[in-house]
Design a protein around this ligand. Structure first.
Ligand code: CMC
Length: 429
């Protein structure tokens, strides 16, 4: 067997042999295929990059048919069960698990960079009272580039490292403050005695008590959710970070672009839609009628189905278990019963079985977030905090990859050509 592809151009009768490497051909090789010497070479048309590899990456592996998700080779189930978010962040950033000394230094560094410049606080306080927390997060992460102008020195490894630490450390501070802002509550400063996730809960919910003491089961549940969201290879926001980062801008600007991508309802917003759907269904007795409506094509069962996972979404199973743990603390959410029944019926129904539709990561996460008393606008902020190490791992890979270039796709031009311009004074007279 030869690892090559023979293409015959029927316009010219010429045959071309293109090498196949890692299951791909180089799009640039297609450029050699020309109808005439002076004509542009053949290109691929791929809106949404549905079948285009944009990079080589060693960060995250997904096998959608088998329901496998691995960070740096470690199965998500094992990381969710036995690791913690900061260790997973180290793994994503550095490519391997830390030694005890590396771990302690990493946690120390992240912990002591949680504070932000006071002017960041005044900047955030300038937002309108009802500002969306994702807009606040996106803007304040972008603004950090003005506080750390050295971050533009992206070719220096030590410099990259300090920005990575700063960003992972400060994201919960900015996320929590965007939450407090909407509530008209004072911003709470980080408490460096607490773990990463316990400190985040403290900045979110602390009032007059001297120390905020979160239930360890809630801390574990949120920490696990961060792990599950930490990376998902070349998704829309990772692609945005890479695309913007490919101009060699600083990482705050690139991650801010990623937050913008995540803000969109097709990316980070589905868990909110699940919650709205469950509320609308209201009682178990309404489920059969709802399912009939879905099967008749009236609407979708939100939180079901995935572009990549066609067997099951491994994150959904873990989240379901965490939801049960959280409800032990907060009391059950009446919507859980509806969700469980909906899942049971859908998994047995031929419509869903035939189309390989299973619960995805968003089916139960909204229920957990609601149990924490987060308003729906905060759901995507939580996603962004979890995704930050993934964005940064993708960015680090990008800036060190000699094959990468500034992202600049081609287009198929469909507009007019060579028109004669008539000045406005003549067109309007
Ligand atoms: N409910 C009912 N039918 C569905 C659903 C659903 N949730 N998802 C897909 N289908 C049907 C669809 O109508 C189509 O049927 P037919 O072949 O008869 O036309 C078939 O299944 C294939 O659907 P598709 O739209 O071609 O699949 P896709 O891979 O383009 O879409 C999806 C993937 C996630 C957008 C879609 O399954 C969906 O809209 N799900 C609901 C929204 C949701 O939960 N999104 C969260 C995704 S996970 C978060 C993340 O990782 O970013």
């Amino acid at each position: 067997m030869t690892d090559s592809l023979t293409i015959r151009d029927n316009r010219t009768g010429v045959e071309y042999d293109l090498p196949i490497t890692d299951g791909t051909i180089r799009a640039a090789d297609l450029g050699k295929i020309k109808a005439e010497d002076e004509a542009p070479g053949l290109a691929v048309y791929d809106p949404g990059f549905v079948n285009t590899a944009s990079c080589r990456s060693a960060v995250t592996y997904i096998d959608g048919d088998k329901g496998i998700l691995e960070y740096r080779g470690y199965p998500i189930e094992q990381l969710a069960e036995s690791s913690n978010f900061l260790e997973v962040a180290y793994l994503l950033i550095h490519g391997e698990l830390p030694s005890q000394a590396e771990h302690d230094e990493w946690v120390h560094q992240i912990t002591y960079h949680t504070f932000v410049h006071e002017n960041v606080k005044s900047f955030m306080q300038g937002f309108r009272y009802d500002a969306h927390p994702m807009g606040m997060l996106m803007a304040s992460v972008g603004a950090l580039s003005t506080f750390y102008p050295d971050a533009r020195n992206i070719h220096d490894a030590d410099n990259r490292n300090i920005q990575v630490i700063r960003m992972i450390a400060k994201m919960p501070t900015l996320g929590a403050w965007s939450f407090r802002h909407a509530q008209g509550k004072p911003y709470v400063y980080p408490d460096n005695d607490l773990s990463y996730t316990a400190n985040f809960l403290s900045m979110l919910f602390k009032m007059s008590e001297s120390k905020f003491d979160a239930d360890p089961r809630l801390v574990k549940a949120l920490d696990t959710l961060f792990i599950l969201h930490a990376d998902h290879e070349q998704n829309c926001s990772a692609n945005a970070v890479r695309s913007v980062g490919s101009s060699q801008v600083d990482p705050y600007s690139a991650v801010s672009a990623g937050i913008g991508a995540l803000f969109g309802p097709l990316h980070g917003g589905a868990n909110e839609a699940v919650l709205r759907m469950l509320k609308r269904i209201g009682t178990k007795s309404e489920i059969p009628a709802f399912i009939e409506g879905v099967k008749n094509g009236n609407e979708r069962l939100m939180g079901f189905g995935h572009r990549v996972y066609k067997n099951y979404d491994p994150r959904a199973k873990i989240i379901k278990q965490q939801a049960l743990n959280v409800f032990e603390v907060t009391g059950t959410n009446p919507l859980l019963e509806i969700a469980l029944e909906l899942e049971k019926i859908a998994l047995e129904d031929e419509y869903f079985v035939k189309r390989r539709l299973y619960p995805n990561v968003d089916f139960y996460s909204g229920l957990i977030y609601e149990a924490f008393q987060f308003p729906p606008e905060m759901f995507t902020v939580l996603f962004a905090i979890g995704r930050t190490p993934g964005w940064l791992a993708q960015w680090l890979e990008l800036v060190q990859d000699p094959e990468q270039k500034i992202a600049r796709p081609k287009q198929i031009y469909t507009g007019a050509r060579t028109l004669d311009f008539t000045p406005a004074s003549q067109r309007w007279s």
